[in-house]
Design a protein around this ligand. Structure first.
Ligand SMILES: [Zn+2]
Length: 72
C-alpha cells in the first residue's frame, strides 16, 4: 500500500517531495466507502485514498483489515 508523495491533488504529480506515503489509518466516509489515509513520512502531508478507486495500487485487503483493527 505504500506510495510516494508525488501529488498535491491526486494525479497531478505536482509535489517534488517524493517522501514515502505510509498508510496510517482506514476511515469510512459516508457515500464514499472506505478510504486509506496516507501520511508522508518526510513532510507530514496527508492524503486519503479511496480503496476502490485505485486497484492498480495493489491494496491488500488483509493489510486494510489489520489497519482497521489497530487502535491508537
Ligand atoms: Zn511529502
Amino acid at each position: 500500500m505504500y506510495s510516494k508523495h508525488v501529488d498535491i491533488e491526486p494525479g497531478d504529480r505536482a509535489s517534488s517531495c517524493r517522501g514515502a506515503m505510509r498508510p496510517e489509518r482506514v476511515e469510512h466516509r459516508g457515500g464514499k466507502g472506505l478510504v486509506i489515509v496516507h501520511r508522508c513520512a518526510v513532510c507530514g502531508f496527508v492524503r486519503p485514498n479511496r480503496i476502490a478507486d485505485d486497484p492498480a495500487q495493489g491494496d491488500d485487503i488483509d493489510a486494510v483489515v489489520a489497519l482497521m483493527s489497530r487502535r491508537g
